[in-house]
Every structure is written in structure tokens, then in C-alpha cells.
Design a binder for this molecule. Structure first.
Ligand SMILES: *Cc1c(COP(=O)(O)O)cnc(C)c1O
Length: 234
């Protein structure tokens, strides 16, 4: 089977399972294409994914010099302030805003309306970027002063599954529920600058739980393209 057929089959299988789990809700499928070629990404787009996500700006700038028409490109990795200009020009949405500093620089640098999501470190892990749960509401409340940024959702990366135990599964689903509660609470504020339509939650190891919990965007790399060579030299 060619790589193209493989990707087409995997996306079809995911979409079928997704339609069962989502039970009538609309859940978007984002193909995460870090460390993948442009060609592989095109296969996923042909198969009907809703968006592409890249988390390293340098890699994305080269790969997406010519963007694919009709498919939104999302930034999902930490944005260093010296890369903000690239990020604004390249991405249709930056889903990984994780500090007031980055948000402020983005807002000052954007020349038009810019969709962003706020990244939440829901399990408070040292290794992860993102606001802590109790910082999110005050952060969004002060976002009124931004002139270009519109906060379309919350994004999170859950703790990685390591032992596959019942206890670990329970813990991860507990964090997912915390994210859903936080998202609903913030959305109910009705802030015009933060409509928060999306909850971007769920990756290859946990996306089915995330959809069951109420996620509206899942971000899949491995599940679509197979194991990734993370050991690639930088
Ligand atoms: C790499 C990455 C993903 C996809 O990871 P997989 O486990 O390969 O599905 C999703 N979100 C972010 C922020 C990522 O960096």
C-alpha cells in the first residue's frame, strides 16, 4: 500500500469513529504535520481533514511558503517573541498563546484581526507551556484591551500516557473534565473578544476520551501518519 493510500485509509477510519463518538456534535480533525513532508500533509487534506497544525515555526515557514488553498493552517507550538512576525504572516490561527507577553507582542504586530487560542497547562506540568487553570479567567478578562486578537478557544496538551493503567486513565479523564468545565465557565462570560467556540483537546493517545468529554477539535499526528522520527536533528 502506498503512503497516500495509507493516510487516506487512516483518516477515513478516524472520521468514521469520530462520527460515532461525537454523536451528532461537530468535531474538527486537525492533521499535525510537524516532521512530515508537505506531500504527506496533502494526502491528509485530500482525505478530508479540517485543518493543519504545525508546532515549529522555522519548519512551517519553509514547508508552507505556498499555502494550500482552502485549508486553515494553525500554529500549535510555543511562539518565541522573536518569531512573532513569521507566525502572524503564516498562520490563520495561533492556538498556543501562553503568556501576556506573547499575546501583547502578537497584538501589536498584527495588522488585521488575528484568531488565537489560549493554551492551558491543565495538569500543571513543569515540562509544558500554558497558563495554569486558575490563571485563565483573569487572563481572558484583561484581553479586552487587545485590538487585533480574538480568542476563539482554549487548547491543551494532556499528560502523556505512560503506564496505561486504570488509575492513569482516570487521571487524564479527570483533567479533560476540568478543561471542559473551565471552557464552559469562561464561555458563559459572553466576552465579545473571547467567543471561545472551540476546545482543542485530544491527541493520538487520548483523542477518543477527549471527544467523549466534549472536545471540538482533535489534533492527530501519529494516528494519521504513523510513528514520528522525533530524533530528527534540529
Ligand atoms: C505533536 C503534537 C500533536 C500531535 O501529536 P500525536 O501524538 O502525534 O497525535 C498535537 N498537539 C500538539 C501541540 C503537538 O505538538
Amino acid at each position: 500500500m502506498s503512503k497516500r493510500e495509507l493516510v487516506h485509509d487512516r483518516v477515513a477510519a478516524i472520521k468514521e469513529r469520530l462520527s460515532v463518538l461525537a454523536a451528532g456534535r461537530s468535531v474538527k480533525l486537525m492533521a499535525v504535520t510537524k516532521f512530515r513532508t508537505r506531500e504527506e500533509a496533502v494526502y491528509a487534506v485530500e482525505a478530508g481533514v479540517d485543518a493543519i497544525g504545525e508546532n515549529r515555526i522555522q519548519e512551517a515557514v519553509v514547508k508552507w511558503k505556498d499555502k494550500l488553498p482552502g485549508i486553515p493552517l494553525h500554529g500549535i507550538g510555543h511562539v518565541q517573541t522573536n518569531k512573532v512576525k513569521y507566525a502572524i504572516n503564516l498562520f490563520d490561527s495561533i492556538d498556543s498563546v501562553d503568556s501576556e507577553r506573547v499575546a501583547g507582542v502578537l497584538d501589536r504586530s498584527a495588522s488585521k484581526r488575528m484568531a488565537v487560542m489560549v493554551e492551558v497547562n491543565i495538569a500543571d506540568e513543569d515540562s509544558k507551556f500554558g497558563l495554569k487553570a486558575d490563571e485563565v479567567r483573569p487572563f481572558l478578562a484583561q484581553a479586552e484591551r487587545w485590538r487585533k486578537l480574538v480568542v476563539t478557544g482554549l487548547m491543551t496538551v494532556l499528560p502523556a500516557r505512560q503506564e496505561n493503567s486504570v488509575e492513569e486513565g482516570r487521571r487524564i479523564r479527570q483533567h479533560m473534565q476540568e478543561m471542559v468545565d473551565l471552557w464552559r465557565m469562561c464561555r458563559s462570560e459572553g466576552w465579545p473578544w473571547a467567543p471561545l467556540n472551540e476546545l482543542s483537546m485530544g491527541m493520538s493517545g487520548d483523542w477518543e476520551w477527549a471527544v467523549e468529554a466534549g472536545s471540538t477539535v482533535i489534533r492527530l499526528g501519529t494516528q494519521i501518519f504513523g510513528p514520528r522520527e522525533d530524533a530528527l536533528p534540529r
